[in-house]
Design a protein around this ligand. Sequence first.
Ligand code: KIV
Ligand code: ZN
Length: 526
Amino acid sequence: MNEHIIIFDTTLRDGEQSPGASLNVYEKLEIARQLAKLKVDVIEAGFPVSSPAQFEAVKRIAEESEAIIAALSRAKEIDIKSAYDALRNGKHTRIHTFSSTSDIHILGKFSDRKYGVSLEEKRKTVLKMSYDAIAYAKTFMDDVEFSAEDAGRTDIGYLAEVIETAIEAGATTVNVPDTTGYTFPVEYGLMISELKKRVSNIHKAVISVHCHNDLGLAVANSLAGINNGARQIECTVNGIGERAGNASLEEIVMALKVRKDICGYQTGINSEEIYNTSKMVSGFTGIVVQPNKAIVGENAFAHESGIHQDGVLKDKQTYEIMTPESVGVYKTKLVLGRHSGRHGLTARLNELGYHPSEEEMQKSYEAFLEIADKKKEVFDDDLRVLMGDEIYKKEQLHELVYLHVNAGTDVIPTATVKIKSGEEIFTESSIGDGPVDASFNAIERALGFKPVVESYNVRSVTSGRQALGEAIIRIRSGENSFTGRGTSTDIIEASAKAFLQAINLYLVFTNTKVEFREDKLIINQV
Ligand code: KIV
Ligand code: ZN
């Protein structure tokens, strides 16, 4: 058979809706370039109407990409026009519009009487809104996708009616999201096969699956959808996304590849780029991949027990159903050092999927030399965090230029920081419960701003005592959370950098004004 399955990647849209995973425009562009290298068919680049930053990211990605670039919009003219405006200079583009279709969503989101009084009336309103939205999107481009939000909990008769209407209005792809990750594979597969039976014009559109992972069934449900006639899968790298996330791209792709014998489908994915893509997404979003995660976790190809090791040494196939190399994991890693030179660094960064500009390259090289001075061998993972740091620096409104910590068993931990803000440098000291707490307190005093620290993690990037330490901190302010990352061979410095970066992201996101008063930076919280 070998039928082609369209891989629709929504890492930059649904994936970015993961708590704390805000990506800036530069990071999104880098991820989009890497997704193109991975050869996904469609990249959903964002939700343009939701913020100027989202708009800008979709616009920039559409302008430079060869893949189909999709932009999300609610079934509203203002959203659809904004999606079109962001996509208008792209080569291959798609407007993706959606309406809620389950009774729970309709009664909740359309509770206002202006949408109708009874459920029946409200359903009619949703049907009309969906038709009108698609027809409006069609005035801008031919490629229009429609999603029936919460299809997983929608009455099948009504769902069939909505999908038929969407295709009548011109939808070329109809998506059946299990928005709340509620369905079982058998149930979800049946839903797709029922739609094939009930919707008279279904042959005019591609059926798409979009499954969330609340019960850990997103991949299984997506595969059940494919086995019952769907031909597009919506998924994210590392399975990131709202709540428990979306179906994981790497698991779907490798399941279809490894079990081609029973599926008979193929994707266009270059699976050897999977590991680089996973690392890049994890680095930029700050969402660490669990070690036992299928395909891309650190232990995915590790054989611990003696029996397994013995078996693998004799014949890899005893305990490996795919090779690490097939997903881009190589045992012999190229190691760079102080003498590798700028050219060697550029070549390796390109191989890892990063394409820094001239100016970024200069900064990256300087940072590389600094790391190479501290630790003799610089590994791929060191370079990945270095790139994360360099790209993040675009939002470095306030930079940590000095940190002195005094800590030990019998002293009160004390930290002094110097923070550079434009041309000014602010110095503050503070004590704390430990050296990290003292550093955070000193930064807070310097900025006059005290966010809530929601989570704080430190890990080593590579192995050995000279390893780079990476700190990831999530702060919350009001409705929003912001994740900062910092790296250094000194984990206190890494933590302070991460904390300051999270604050910088907050300031950029909220466009917060910073004032200078009595030699202090005063952040006016919004
Ligand atoms: O989960 C969902 O229903 C969605 C739609 C907007 C496609 O993400
Ligand atoms: Zn979703």
